[in-house]
Design a protein. Structure first.
Length: 187
């Protein structure tokens, strides 16, 4: 069921576009993709640290969303529903070993960090990339998206205690990494 052209939807209210997409209007869904593609790709890039992989995962997430859009029960729930699909898509990729293992990330980042000149600063992204995938996910959702521990647990199906531990340990590891980089650059 295709309602209209995408140009008709460019300035349409968000709720109207979501409602049309839920009715399986491909133009409306295309408009939702256009409106959210940057955020979805950025979120996934932040997690996987690979632009090409982030684009592939974003495409998979949008495909899953299109295939299940008819299951969305509330227009107001769209953003949370899409975020759940993004997180699930990324976690599935991690499980399939499509994302680099933690050891690969640590060794590649360790080698690249030693090559930085003394004047260069290592940013938070470099420290974040060294965390294990589940820990990185919890950190990104907590600090980048401002989610509570309970919201993260509900979204990711990670037990609440594990979410809290991942955030606490991940934050501590990032601080240590940044401190180590800072000390290396002073030498």
């Amino acid at each position: 069921m295709d309602g209209g052209s995408s140009s008709d939807l460019t300035h349409a209210a968000e709720a109207s576009v979501i409602a049309l997409a839920c009715a399986e209007d491909s133009h409306a869904f295309g408009e939702l993709v256009r409106r959210r593609q940057h955020r979805v790709r950025s979120f996934l890039h932040y997690l996987c640290r690979n632009p090409a992989e982030a684009d592939d995962l974003a495409q998979q997430a949008f495909l899953k969303a299109w295939q299940s859009i008819h299951q969305l029960r509330s227009i107001a729930a769209f953003d949370g529903w899409l975020k759940k699909i993004m997180v699930t898509t990324w976690l599935e990729a991690v499980r399939r070993k499509r994302i680099k293992s933690t050891e690969d990330l640590e060794s590649s980042d360790a080698h690249s960090s030693y090559s930085h000149s003394a004047g260069e600063k290592i940013d938070l992204d470099a420290a974040l990339s060294q965390l294990p995938p589940a820990m990185r996910l919890c950190i990104v959702l907590a600090y980048d998206d401002g989610m509570t521990h309970e919201e993260i647990a509900a979204l990711t199906d990670i037990p609440l205690g594990t979410v809290k531990s991942n955030i606490s340990r991940g934050t501590a590891r990032m601080k240590e990494t940044l401190f180590d980089y800072q000390n290396r650059s002073k030498r």
